[in-house]
Design a protein around this ligand. Sequence first.
Ligand code: TTP
Length: 192
Amino acid sequence: MRLILGSASPRRRELLAQIGVVPDSVLPPDIDETPLKGELPRLYCARIAREKVQAVQVGADDIALCADTTVALGRRIMGKPVDAGEAAAFLIALGGRRHSVITAVAVRRGDQIWTREVVSAVKMKRLSDAEINSYLASNDWQGKAGGYGIQGLAGAFIPWISGSYTAIMGLPVAETAAMLVTAGYPIWKGQP
Ligand SMILES: Cc1cn([C@H]2C[C@H](O)[C@@H](COP(=O)(O)OP(=O)(O)OP(=O)(O)O)O2)c(=O)[nH]c1=O
């Protein structure tokens, strides 16, 4: 049995390493992440994680792990911004309000698929033009849902969360560990 991480996200690899899990290989799937018309954020996020794990090519006894992180402002889905303009629009909309961050995790072994969603609430302070411009210039918004990463500079914009910090970063480690155990991955063996 091998563990395949179906993700190009360096954060997901680091968060797995935090709980002592090193995948045997990393095979990011390439799927269409366009939301369906009127699709609600949580359903969208769960669907994308499931589609990612279904798209990973693995042997019958291998375990595949994928996740998706989506920022939701009410019913509005904020994925990874395509450019600095979209990142700016996201940050302007998120500043001074509470939003949700949903991370869906999907694990597959053979024909069996397990999925779980972790929803966190995040408060972002109202941002000044100087803060937005300086953040955009840092490029730290690139490749991150909602156009920010709580684990970087944008941590200075976030005074309060309720939920899972690791889920906001891209992979809820407690839920992921439990799902890997369910799928038969020997997570607690060989720990020093
Ligand atoms: C909100 C938030 C998101 N993110 C990141 C986590 C994810 O990498 C990214 C959301 O994009 P995803 O589509 O979930 O993941 P990805 O494209 O980076 O990687 P893959 O699909 O191959 O697994 O946003 C942070 O790093 N910090 C944050 O605070």
